[in-house]
Ligand binder design. Structure first.
Ligand code: DX5
Ligand code: ZN
Length: 224
């Protein structure tokens, strides 16, 4: 199986100590750092905004993988790009003119992503496939870390894999990923795994704990 990437979600990190948390996760060998942005409107939770992204940025060299769960998203794309986002992913329901939004993200110099909720079909992407660097398959309903993986999303990953065809678009799976569920999504075609609670636990731990938690996920996939 090809090497997978791990993008730990800082949603499960210690928010009072984010600098330490992102440095620790990077030294522990993460591939990307996943930032969950929630507005209390599109999803029933409120997290962080561009200011916090900007504060984290100098602490990491790796990719800042920003997942926007906000509506409207268009108003804030530039702010997140300026705050140092490398990837910006949006939800189609929050972007009435999705094709235009994806062009704006690309014009800002960021990799372009779309995130699909569990009930959102792969077919919403049919006519924008050529614009996508990244597709996030939500394997929980967005809003909170620590929820249980929804197996119904495995078939969607397979569908997207075949829609992607020869393109370089990556499939990132987000929600309920751990050493039990990772092999299922990788077998279906996932390239990148977001993991919050399975990597950070309750947060505030040292680098060796995060490294061991990521290794457990990588081992589960290799042993398949
Ligand atoms: C959910 C977020 C996820 C989530 C992942 O809305 O997009 O990134 O926090 O957390 P775990 O891995 O704990 O499900
Ligand atoms: Zn996310």
């Amino acid at each position: 199986m090809p090497e997978i990437k791990i993008s730990p979600s800082i949603l499960s990190a210690d928010f009072a100590n984010l600098g330490h948390e992102v440095r620790a996760i990077e030294s522990a060998g993460c591939d990307w750092v996943h930032v969950d942005v929630m507005d209390g409107h599109y999803v029933p939770n409120i997290t962080i905004g561009p200011l916090v992204c900007k504060s984290i940025r100098p602490h990491i060299k790796t990719v800042m993988d920003v997942h926007l769960m906000i509506e409207p998203a268009d108003l804030y794309l530039e702010a997140f790009a300026k705050a140092g986002a490398d990837h910006i992913s949006v939800h189609p329901e929050a972007c009435p003119h999705l094709d235009r939004t994806l062009q704006v993200i690309a014009d800002l110099g960021c990799k372009v992503g779309v995130a699909l909720n569990p009930a959102t079909p792969a077919s919403v992407l049919t006519h924008v496939m050529d614009r996508l660097d990244l597709i996030i398959v939500m394997s929980v309903n967005p809003g909170f870390g620590g929820q249980s993986f929804l197996p119904s999303q495995i078939e969607k990953i397979r569908t997207l894999k075949s829609m992607i065809g020869d393109r370089d678009t990556l499939i990132e799976v987000d929600g309920g990923i751990n050493a039990t569920t990772a092999p299922l999504v990788v077998a279906a075609g996932a390239d990148v795994l977001v993991a919050g609670s399975a990597v950070f636990g309750k947060g505030g731990q040292d680098e060796s704990v995060y490294a061991a938690n990521m290794q457990a996920i990588r081992d589960s996939v290799r042993s398949e």
